[in-house]
Design a protein around this ligand. Structure first.
Ligand code: GAR
Length: 195
């Protein structure tokens, strides 16, 4: 069994999709032990409560620096025996402490076909660039901004008639499809390595 912690900052629809996939056993041998949010009012907390998942709010401003913040997070992850960190809309860079303790064990969902449109507004950026396609990427996290090794990515052809909301809807639909599949691939690999 692979224990995951999901990190989120806001809505948490991808977090909830992961929980549903686990509950329906479409995602196998994976348990979500913990949700971590960096914003007090993140709607993801409500979703965790609905699914009876433990959650913690960690306020980055309560710490002197990222190292102290992540050292505290690390303690919580150890308490829950976390094997894999899953970033699902966590809008904060991961620093040395977590990267050092979770090598190739932190994955991130990105709403674009990397290396195109890195950053925090990728769907809007793709829309405004009038490109013919965008996509969704899941990658390992390193110290760069959306630069880690790509695990899987999928393209989405953009219908020029779509408005921004329609494009967002299609990107999210693709995320809900791709992310659990990639979590399964990574979890299976970890399970295999631990044998
Ligand atoms: C998702 O679209 C995710 O790809 C994106 O934030 C959204 C979170 O939605 N992440 C990034 O942009 C990371 N750079 P959700 O909270 O409803 O899952």
């Amino acid at each position: 069994m692979v224990n995951i912690a999901v990190f989120a900052s806001g809505n948490g629809s991808n977090f909830e999709n992961i929980l549903t996939q686990i509950e329906q056993q479409a995602l196998k041998n994976v348990t979500c032990k913990l949700l971590l949010v960096d914003r007090e009012n993140a709607y993801a907390i409500q979703r965790a409560n609905n699914h009876r998942i433990s959650w913690i709010y960690m306020n980055p401003k309560a710490f002197h620096n990222k190292e102290e913040y992540e050292t505290e997070i690390l303690e919580k992850l150890k308490e829950h025996n976390i094997d894999l960190i899953v970033l699902a809309g966590y809008m904060r860079f991961i620093g040395k402490v977590l990267l050092g303790h979770f090598p190739y064990r932190i994955i991130n969902l990105h709403p674009a076909y990397l290396p195109q449109f890195p950053g925090a507004h990728s769907i809007r950026d793709a829309f405004e660039a009038h490109v013919s396609y965008t996509g969704v990427t899941v990658h390992y996290v390193d110290e760069g901004v959306d630069t880690g090794e790509i695990i899987r990515q999928e393209k989405l052809e953009i219908d020029p008639k779509w408005n921004l909301e329609e494009l967002e809807m299609h990107v999210h639909a693709l995320e809900y499809e791709l992310f659990p599949k990639v979590i399964q691939i990574v979890a299976d690999k970890l399970e295999e390595e631990s044998k």
